[in-house]
Write a protein that binds this ligand. Structure first.
Ligand code: ADP
Length: 649
């Protein structure tokens, strides 16, 4: 939509050149020659990108940049500063003030156009109103002050008083960016950022570290931990805001860009050498290849530049006064955010020792300064290509990790939804069971008691047929009562909360035997058992299981009085196998499975009473305990029912 570019430069040549080139790639340009004109244009029009000269006749471009960042209407606008490459201080100041790009003059038009297109299109995706910032700081005063300042800029703000709490918040609430104090009571700010960088889902979170001291080491430590930016805590809060918005803009760029930027895309090279002549020589050669060149005259300057501006490749002189190439190389390679930038070490001569020194400090390649510049250009291209592959691999890995995590989350959501659905239908079933218990049983009891009354009072008075019919009705009502109770018992097994704990199976058996007291007495049955183990189970259900099995063993007896024996043995290291053996009528093998199905009976009601539900309930109880149940038997030779329960839950 609004992809207009404002060019502010006092040189007519630059203005005309940029206007022509940018218009040719569909970026309409408004050109101004001074700060005053630019301010007027900014007040009346919306721009996606401002290309700003640092030195203007009526003021300083960097001051204008501060103005742009301070006003909510323009705070999100991308800014590219243009300046003569000699002014390293300005470059650092400009980037620290929140410039998205700093290009040295003479510039490469191809580079400017490519960057302008990137910056102009990424602007619309950053609307501060949607950003959520997480502040981690143990000082309430600082937290609240920063929170108020951020809220004024329309950010949503979350706060945490410790690193641990902050990490938990980041994991659950997914903020857009993080501001963390370096010094915290528990884990410190650098450790918080390290944790974030190790988490596939949070790895991309832009992090700003607040450092306490002014020493360079604090900054190095911040970068080493993986911070995207750092601000000294004693600096004005507007500096924090400016760094934050710059960080968010470049993060939005990261997301928008193609996963692997084309090799032909804009590339920036930092050349570091104390010899001005050599520096200009390589700058000229590489500019001809379309690279944007950033020049530094010492290791210190190089580090200062790198702290505010990432580059694609570094050419580093080994021998320099002050911080030499070796030390600078070590520092760059030990800082997490910079360590992937390829470094080509420049050595004075084709010297084996110098080469070893350079490579052992972490350089990716080295080249003798005496070599021709074509070789240097080839080496630079090779390094950039290598980094590209590396980036590509990393992005693919990150993408896969993220996808895996998303899929696992989706899968969990489906499982949770199903579990909830199951719970709901179990509750429905429970409700139905209650309705059945109360509403169906009540009229049934009425039918049952009145038919019984009818049988008692009018037996022999209504004729033989009537007596027979009334007897059927009495029997039918009683059977229906038993069936309803059976179905209710079956439903209850699944709907009660699981109450598994270590219990004595012997006690559960004794409980069952006590409940069967009447049947045992009437049949003259004898129930014996071996010592039985402790198991992890639901006490009520285990005793119900024994009661059904022993009850059947008593019921399905042959002529001899029932002899029932219960025992248990361990099978491997994973389960107990219980057995309930009887000397009853036995079961033909073809019915072994059928008898565990609902309402399946092998005998008529006149032979043996029953509903065909008891074993179905047994099966459900055992399966609820993750176990199995089966029978071994032969007709007329007694039966043994087995059930296995896992040793552990
Ligand atoms: P019910 O006893 O109410 O008929 P069950 O589900 O408990 O219902 O048993 C299903 C069928 O399995 C019974 O009808 C019976 O034929 C057979 N059965 C169960 N236990 C035994 C046993 N111990 N001996 C012989 N047959 C049995």
């Amino acid at each position: 939509m609004n992809a207009n570019v404002l060019v502010v430069d006092d040189s007519l040549t630059v203005r005309m050149n940029l206007t022509d080139m940018l218009s040719a790639v569909d970026l309409p340009v408004v050109a101004c020659a001074s700060v005053a004109e630019a301010k007027a244009a900014l007040a009346s029009d919306q721009f996606s990108l401002v290309i700003l000269d640092v030195l203007l006749p009526d003021g300083d471009g960097i001051e204008l940049l501060k103005d742009i960042r301070a006003k909510p209407s323009t705070a999100g606008t991308a800014v590219m500063l243009l300046s003569t490459e000699a002014e390293v201080r300005d470059r650092v100041r400009g980037l620290k003030t929140g410039a998205d790009e700093y290009v040295g003059k003479p510039y490469d038009v191809g580079y400017i156009i490519a960057r302008a297109r990137e910056l102009a299109t990424q602007r619309d995706s950053v609307t501060p109103a949607q950003e959520t910032i997480l502040i981690i700081d143990d000082s309430v005063t600082f937290r609240e002050t920063l929170k108020a300042a951020l809220a004024d800029e329309s950010y949503r703000v979350l706060t945490a008083a410790s690193g641990e709490a902050g990490l938990r918040m980041a994991a659950t609430l997914h903020p857009t960016a993080l501001i963390v104090d370096g010094e915290l009571p528990g884990i410190d700010g650098a450790t918080v950022i390290r944790h974030i960088r190790l988490d596939a889902a949070l790895r991309g979170l832009p992090c700003l570290l607040l450092t306490g001291s002014e020493e360079r080491d604090a900054e190095m430590r911040a970068l080493d931990a993986g911070a995207d930016a750092f601000v000294r805590k004693d600096q004005d809060i507007t500096v924090i805001l400016a760094r934050l918005s710059a960080m968010l803009r470049s993060a939005a760029g990261r997301v928008l860009k193609q996963p692997t930027a084309s090799l032909q895309g804009p590339k920036k090279i930092l050349a570091v050498d104390d010899s001005e002549t050599y520096l200009q020589q390589i700058a000229e050669a590489l500019r001809a290849d379309g690279y944007e060149m950033v020049l530094a005259r010492s290791g210190e300057e190089a580090l200062e530049l790198l702290a505010v501006q990432p580059v694609d490749c570094i050419l580093l002189d080994l021998m320099m006064p002050g911080m030499g190439g070796r030390e600078a190389c070590k520092r760059i390679k030990s800082a997490q955010v910079m360590r992937d930038i390829p470094i080509v070490m420049l050595t004075a001569v084709e010297d084996r020792d110098a080469m070893i020194q350079g490579l052992s400090a972490g350089a990716d390649d080295y080249i003798a300064k005496s070599s021709d510049l074509d070789l240097l250009r080839a080496r630079v291209l090779a390094q950039i290509r290598r980094k590209q592959f590396q980036d590509e691999n990393r992005l693919i890995r990150e993408h896969l990790l993220r996808r895996e995590k998303e899929e696992a989350e989706k899968h969990n959501q489906v499982l949770e939804a199903r579990a909830a659905e199951l719970k709901r239908s179990n509750e429905d079933l429970q409700q139905f069971a209650n309705i059945a218990a109360h509403d169906l049983q009540e009229p049934l009891r009425t039918i049952s008691s009145f038919t019984q009354l009818l049988a008692q009072r009018y037996k022999g008075k209504l004729g033989a047929d009537a007596d027979e019919f009334i007897a059927y009705a009495v029997d039918g009502a009683q059977r229906m009562q038993l069936l309803i109770q059976g179905v209710l018992a079956y439903c209850r097994v699944g709907t009660t909360e699981k109450d598994f704990q270590e219990i004595s199976s012997e006690t559960a058996l004794q409980q069952a035997v006590t409940n069967l007291y009447g049947a045992i007495g009437a049949s003259g049955a004898e129930v014996t058992h071996d010592p039985l183990p402790a198991v992890i189970a639901d006490n009520v259900q285990l005793s119900q299981l024994f009661q059904n099995l022993v009850g059947n063993a008593i019921k399905y007896c042959s002529a001899a009085p029932p002899r029932i024996h219960v025992s248990a043995r361990k099978s491997g290291e994973c389960e107990w196998i219980f057995s309930v053996r009887d000397n009853g009528i036995g079961i033909e093998p073809r019915y072994f499975e059928k008898i565990f199905l609902m309402f399946q009976r092998l005998h008529g009601r006149t032979e043996f009473s029953g509903t065909g539900i008891g074993l179905t309930v047994c099966k459900k109880i055992v399966e609820r305990h993750n176990g199995r149940i089966w029978v071994e038997s032969e007709a007329e030779k007694g039966s043994t029912f087995y059930f296995a329960l896992p040793l552990r839950r």
